[in-house]
Design a protein around this ligand. Structure first.
Ligand SMILES: [Zn+2]
Length: 281
């Protein structure tokens, strides 16, 4: 019996041992599993924290950069474009005051017409002038003149002054549009300057217009007068210089002042003949 009891207790103890081993194993396994999970969670959290920190660090910079970039770009692009374009366009449309050497295009127009082959005045001695003037219709117009290149700048100044004073001028085309015939240009009340020609009635004597240093303004309201001769004929209506008319030069007006203040002489001051349209340098 003792042997049987001993064997039974051994068997039971063996069973208990194996059971205990299993329990220990499960207990050991779980603590390992928990720290494994915790370890794997911690780096994940750190990583999240880092990714949160890094983006917040970077975004904190990038928004600043973007905020700075945007306001600079927007006003730099939008604001200056509109105000610059608009006044520039208005100025170009309403005013033009420029002079430049005679180019091939102008040479084609004047060669053989207002300029002829001669030994006194070369085409290179002249310049082409473009100015804005107030018309008889009280609107600005663009006019053309050809003058000596030596006075191009001064002529621009004169016509700027006339424009500012709103002195009215009816027309300002190159005399070539009238075949360089002075009487035709005058009858049309055209303001002009250069024309290679002799003084009317004085063969062989070159007019100041031949050198581009004389300008005739509104010939109808300011005719040439010598004894009974009036040129142009339609200028007879303006022989009474006291009776003021649009575009008339009186000797006290803005036109007279603009020329004479720069050393030009006026035909209206001549003694025996009067050339009210005529200024010469
Ligand atoms: Zn003249």
């Amino acid at each position: 019996m003792k042997k049987v009891i001993i064997l039974c207790t051994l068997f039971v103890s063996m069973l208990l041992l194996t059971m205990c081993q299993k329990d220990v194993g499960t207990i050991v396994e779980t603590p390992i599993a928990v720290p494994m999970e915790k370890k794997s969670e911690q780096p994940a959290k750190e990583a999240i924290e880092k990714t949160i920190e890094e983006p917040t660090g970077k975004p904190a910079e990038t928004p600043v950069a973007k905020v700075i970039e945007k306001p600079i770009q927007k006003p730099a692009v939008k604001a200056p474009q509109e105000p610059i374009q608009k006044p520039a366009a208005k100025e170009v449309l309403s005013q033009s005051f420029e002079y430049h050497p005679i180019d091939k295009e102008i040479e084609k127009i004047i060669n053989g017409v207002s300029w002829k082959q001669n030994n006194t005045v070369k085409i290179d001695d002249l310049c082409y002038v473009k100015v804005t003037y107030w018309g008889f219709d009280d609107k600005p117009h663009i006019g053309e003149l050809i003058v000596s290149k030596d006075i191009g700048k001064e002529v621009i100044e004169i016509f700027k002054e006339l424009y500012a004073a709103k002195f009215p001028i009816e027309k300002m085309k190159l005399i070539d549009e009238y075949d360089a015939v002075d009487s035709k240009s005058m009858e049309d009340n055209n303001t002009s300057a250069f024309c290679y020609r002799e003084v009317d009635g004085k063969p062989g004597k070159l007019s100041k217009h031949s050198y581009g240093i004389a300008i005739d303004i509104n010939p109808v309201q300011n005719p040439y007068v010598y004894k009974d001769k009036v040129s142009p004929e339609s200028g007879r209506a303006y022989l009474n210089r006291e009776k003021l008319a649009k575009g008339m030069i009186t000797g006290k007006d803005a036109c007279y002042k603009a020329f004479t203040s720069r050393g030009w002489s006026w035909g209206g001051n001549w003694k025996y003949e009067k050339d009210y349209q005529h200024f010469q340098k």
